[in-house]
Structures are given as structure tokens and as C-alpha cells.
Design a protein around this ligand. Structure first.
Ligand code: PLP
Length: 352
């Protein structure tokens, strides 16, 4: 597919003058345009770029009843020369298709995804913030638009890509609760997919944790609740002495692009990294002996989100305040690569 094949319907009057780029929230101000691509008659049709606006769906569309829906999260940046940069975008496309396979949503050809995304970013180029720490958050998503109450996969789907200029995602230092009852994912389930329902199912236990004074839940395995798995909707890293530990990906743990980039950067910086299962008891023992140095979440939105302390079985544990935490060092290294402030020896950065 050629970029020129994409039909473009431009907005009559841009909304950009109404936006304060110095005070951007995260993911709630939307750019002028969106990309829409329909799957019908057994194939993905040519995408259309049109003004960001509500869409019309049949009340019996299967997305509403059976949650056949997946998404991705990625970011575009502007470097000092004004070039538009993406970070490992093909990884997002591949993961979208991995999620799609599990949810019986048709595969989106890489060509439609990338050509469409690039054209959307060309059209809404002015919406990519330049301020330090801000970026254009990109949300591609696919869902069952086909109708009927029959509990079976739909025969019509939509891919939409919407974008939101966003300020730094700063949650502050979070206090987390290690979950002992609920689980976000199970063996054989859909935890590895970015399927909408995974997040809806997290809201209730997270709300209970918030009521107890925590910000977020640390997910443990559904079977024993002994193994640490993820931090909210982020992968988790735990530093004991000078070793950085992260759980291996599985059916239950999402294969985060930030996670794997951090593993690579940390290893290449000479940090001892262990990808292995880690138990709650090991973390508690480390907290008690003073060898637990840091815990942080990793994901596209926040990049790295440091954890200040955690609760477990009615007891709270604080993490030490470090001078130069690995969380901040690694965050700087990865964001410098993303925004072209540092060499990119990995070829992760994609310039449009
Ligand atoms: C998206 C997501 C992540 C982080 O993935 P990135 O590719 O780094 O953004 C981690 N865990 C869950 C559950 C997620 O949904």
C-alpha cells in the first residue's frame, strides 16, 4: 500500500490553538485527526484519515457484549532538529497481531499499520510536543464492530489510531500493595495480550488497594500468589543489592517493549540483570535485611515509575531513598535514545 492510497479528509478548522502545550495532561487531549480502517468482506480495506470524532456502532456490535478488543500504546517524539521519531514501532505492530491472534481478530498487515501511522503523523505533525518529557501518545486499537448477539467472533472489525499530545506521565513515587487474593491473568488466559478486558478486570482490586491508601497493585501469580509478576499495567523490576531482577514473560506477563529495552541497556551498562521468577518472600527478606534497594514499574506511558514502598499482609515496607537510583539512570538512558539525545547502537529509533 502506498501512502497516497490513503484517503484523507482534513479537519475544517484545527483545534490546536485551544491547546496549552505547556500544561498537557496525559492522554486526554486529542489531535485533529485519526486513522480508521475497516475489516469487511474478509479483508482490511484501505484506511481513511479523518477528523477525530465519535464513531457510530450497532448496539449489537460484539465489542460491547464480548469485549473482543485489543490496543497498543506507543509514542512519537520530536528531536532538536524537528525530526519525528518513533521507538521500535514494528514491535508494537507485531504485538498487536499477537494480541489479535489470541482474540480472533484478523491480522493487520504491517504495511497498512506503518504506512497509515506515518501518514497520520505527517498530517498531525504540529501536534507532536517538543517540550522536554512530553510526547505524542499514540493509541492504535482494534475491535469487533460486526453485530449480533451470538457469542462468536465478529466478521467485521475496525482499526483506529488516535493520538494525544501528552505531558510527562508523572505519578510521583507510588506506594503499592502486593496482591494476595485477585489475579490479573492466569495460565492459558490472555494476560500476555493487550486485551481490553484485562484492564477492566484490574480496576476492582486496584480500587480496593486505593481505598487502603495505596496507589497501585503488584500482581502475583494466580495459583500461589507467591511470585511477583507485574506492577499495575507495567512490568516490574526489583533491585536487590546491585542485581536487577525482572520476571520472565509468560502467558500471564506482558512482553513489554520498555522492559526488554531496559534489560538490554542495563546489561550493556554492566549492570547484573537476572530474568527469573522472584517470590514475595525473597522481596520481604531483602527489605528486612536492607538489601532491597529499588523497585520500579516499566512501560511506555511512564517509561519508569519508581516505587516508594509496598504493603503486604497488613505491614508496610519502605524502600530507601537513594542518591542516584538505577531507575533514574536507566530512564535517562532510554529517553535519551528515544529523543535522539544519545547514540542509538540498537537501531531502535525510527525517523520519519
Ligand atoms: C502495555 C503493558 C506493559 C508495558 O509494555 P510497553 O511495551 O513497555 O509499553 C506492561 N504490562 C502490561 C500489563 C501492559 O499492558
Amino acid at each position: 500500500m502506498q501512502s497516497s492510497d490513503i484517503k484523507v479528509q482534513l479537519i475544517e478548522e484545527s483545534k490546536i490553538s485551544q491547546v496549552d502545550f505547556n500544561n498537557l495532561p496525559f492522554g486526554s487531549v486529542f489531535s485533529d485527526h485519526m486513522l480508521e480502517c475497516d475489516y469487511k468482506d474478509g479483508k482490511w480495506q484501505t484506511p481513511v484519515i479523518k477528523p477525530y470524532s465519535p464513531i457510530t456502532l450497532d448496539p449489537s456490535a460484539k465489542i460491547f457484549h464480548y469485549g473482543q478488543s485489543i490496543f497498543e500504546g506507543m509514542k512519537a517524539y520530536k528531536d532538536a532538529e524537528g525530526s519525528t521519531l518513533l521507538f521500535r514501532p514494528l514491535e508494537n505492530c507485531k504485538r498487536l497481531n499477537k494480541s489479535a491472534e489470541r482474540m480472533v481478530i484478523p491480522q493487520i498487515p504491517e504495511d497498512i499499520f506503518m504506512t497509515g501511522l506515518k501518514k497520520l503523523l505527517e498530517i498531525d505533525n504540529n501536534w507532536i510536543p517538543t517540550k522536554e518529557g512530553s510526547s505524542l501518545y499514540i493509541r492504535p486499537f482494534m475491535f469487533a464492530s460486526g453485530n449480533g448477539f451470538h457469542a462468536s467472533p465478529a466478521n467485521a472489525f475496525k482499526l483506529l489510531i488516535c493520538t494525544a499530545p501528552s505531558g510527562a506521565y508523572f505519578a510521583g513515587k507510588v506506594k503499592v500493595l502486593i496482591e494476595e487474593k485477585y489475579a490479573r491473568a492466569a495460565n492459558g488466559g490472555v494476560g500476555f495480550a493487550k486485551a481490553g478486558g484485562n484492564y477492566a478486570a484490574q480496576f476492582y482490586p486496584t480500587q480496593l488497594a486505593i481505598e487502603k491508601g495505596y496507589n497501585q497493585v503488584i500482581w502475583t501469580d494466580d495459583n500461589t500468589h507467591e511470585y511477583i509478576e507485574e506492577a499495575g499495567a507495567m512490568n516490574i523490576f526489583i533491585r536487590i543489592n546491585d542485581t536487577l531482577i525482572t520476571s520472565p514473560t509468560s502467558d500471564r506477563i506482558l512482553d513489554g517493549i520498555t522492559r526488554k529495552s531496559i534489560i538490554q541497556i542495563a546489561k550493556d551498562s554492566g549492570i547484573d540483570v537476572e530474568v527469573r521468577k522472584i517470590t514475595v518472600s525473597e522481596v520481604i527478606a531483602a527489605a528486612q535485611s536492607g538489601s532491597l534497594k529499588e523497585m520500579f514499574g516499566a512501560g511506555t506511558a511512564a517509561v519508569i515509575s519508581p516505587i516508594a514502598g509496598f504493603g503486604y499482609q497488613e505491614k508496610d515496607y519502605d524502600l530507601p531513598e537513594l542518591e542516584n537510583p538505577l531507575a533514574l539512570q536507566l530512564k535517562k538512558q532510554i529517553t535519551d535514545i528515544q529523543t535522539n539525545k544519545a547514540e542509538d547502537p540498537y537501531g531502535w529509533r525510527v525517523k520519519l
